[in-house]
Structures are given as C-alpha cells and as structure tokens.
Design a protein around this ligand. Structure first.
Ligand code: MF3
Ligand code: CO
Length: 251
C-alpha cells in the first residue's frame, strides 16, 4: 500500500528532514583524519536527540548503530566502529531521523581532505548530480521508472555503474515503505506518482562493477571488485507540479 501524506503529516516530515539536514552539516564539520566512525556515530546520535529527533536507524531490523558510515569500497550500511578516518577516504553518511513518529532519510558522500584521483572526484560529483537528475523527473503523473531511467542514463554517460541490489523507497511512519524506487529502469513504467507521496531517491554509483556483496557482519554492502562507491539521498514529497526536498536547508 502506498500512503498519501496529508499536509499535517508533511509538515511533521519537514521537521524530521530538517533535523536530518542539520545533522549532516554537523557531521561534515567533524569529518577529519583520525576521528573514528564510532565517534562520528555518537556525535550524530547526541545531535539528533538534542534537536528533538530520534535516530531511527538504531534498532531498525536489528541495526546496531545510529547512523551508517560507508568508506571507499563500502556502498551502504557500514557499521560505525573503532576504524579511524584517513585522508583520501571516500566517506558516506546515511541515516534516518524520526520526529513525532515520522521519518526522513538522507545520505551524503565526501572525500576526506579533498585529495583523490580525478576519477574518484568525478564519481562523487556525478553521483550527487545523478540524484538531482532523478529528482527532476518527479511530478504527479510521472512514473517511478522515469526516475531510475534518468539516473541510469546519466551514470552510464559518465562511465559509472548503477548498484541494482538496493533501491530507494517510500518513507513515512516506517523508514522503508512502498514503493521501491530503483536507480535503473524503463521510462514510462511502474507506479504513477501522486501528490502527497513521500519517497527517498538514493543513487549508489560505482567506479567499477555494479555487483556488490554483503560482509559477515550482516549489514555492510561492498563492491565485489573493491573499487570505490558513492551514495547520495534525499527524501522528497511529490507536490502539485513537481517535488520538494524534505531533507534540505529549508530555513
Ligand atoms: N538509506 C538507508 C536505506 O534506505 C538507511 C538505512 S537505515 C539502517 O537503506 F538501519 F538500515 F541502517
Ligand atoms: Co534510504
């Protein structure tokens, strides 16, 4: 079942999304060589709670931490640990914040110290652009397949592969709701978007193969060829004539 959110629900989701945005800004300030991913997790956890939110990844399907931090060949769902951040690491922060029972979900990827090979810099830049290329398709009457098609075409134009094993999703009182929002597909296929639907679009693009595997921790998704991956995500609501980002800078 795909839920249509009321104006009241969307107002609450905007608050959830704004806490998410602010937390990303806070994490970015602390992302420096030497800090551990556990320390970053704890900074985010405290920040979210002090802003009236709940870090809703914690305990979601048994997930053990408050945020996901995925480094280099890790695509998504990396678990914070005593691992220290190094210069040149490609680090993605991905997490959900809940406010008054409603969720938001957003991800960003950074290169630590801005020092990397040009192809890695391009991977991060084009993955972020791919998110907006996908979002541009969103309006009432458009199809879910339009989003994935646009992302896939853009990724391939830039020589990047699209992870197919994981997809975007609806967001609401649960982190993952219907529908699935793939980052690949055919134009004009799939569900028709309607005003009031809230979805998370989250391209995961790789420099090498699109194939991924899961580590023994049961969560961390890595590229099969150990080449770098990047990930960007926003939660958006379908509006009268397009979409509005709920996890951006609204104020
Ligand atoms: N953006 C991630 C996803 O949709 C957030 C996962 S939260 C976790 O999968 F609990 F699963 F880690
Ligand atoms: Co998500």
């Amino acid at each position: 079942m795909i839920s249509i959110k009321s104006d009241r629900e969307i107002e609450i989701m905007k608050e959830a999304g704004y806490i998410n945005y602010l937390t990303h800004q806070e994490l970015k300030k602390h992302l420096k060589p030497g800090i551990t991913t556990n320390e970053l997790n704890d900074i985010a956890d405290k920040f979210i709670r002090s802003h009236g939110g709940k870090p809703s990844c914690l305990g979601f399907e048994g997930y053990p931490k408050s945020i996901c931090i995925s480094i280099n060949d890790e695509v998504v769902h990396g678990i914070p640990s005593n691992r220290k951040i190094k210069k040149g690491d490609i680090v993605s922060f991905d997490f959900c914040t809940e406010y008054k029972g409603y969720n938001s979900d957003s991800a960003n990827t950074y290169i630590v110290g801005d020092e990397a090979e040009q192809n890695v810099k391009d991977l991060v830049k084009y993955t972020e652009e791919a998110l907006y290329v996908g979002l541009k398709e969103i309006k009432p009457g458009a199809k879910i397949g339009d989003i994935g098609h646009a992302i896939e075409e853009f990724a391939h134009e830039h020589g990047l592969s699209v992870v197919e094993a994981l997809v975007g999703h609806g967001v609401g009182t649960s982190i993952h709701e219907d529908p699935d929002v793939p980052n690949f597909g055919e134009k004009g296929t799939g569900l028709t978007l309607k005003k009031g639907m809230v979805i998370a679009v989250e391209p995961m693009l790789n420099l090498g193969t699109k194939e991924v595997c899961i580590l023994d921790d049961g969560w961390t998704i890595v590229t099969e060829d150990e080449m770098p991956s990047a990930h960007f995500e926003h939660t958006v609501v379908v509006t009268e004539d397009g979409y509005e980002i709920l996890t951006g800078d609204k104020k």
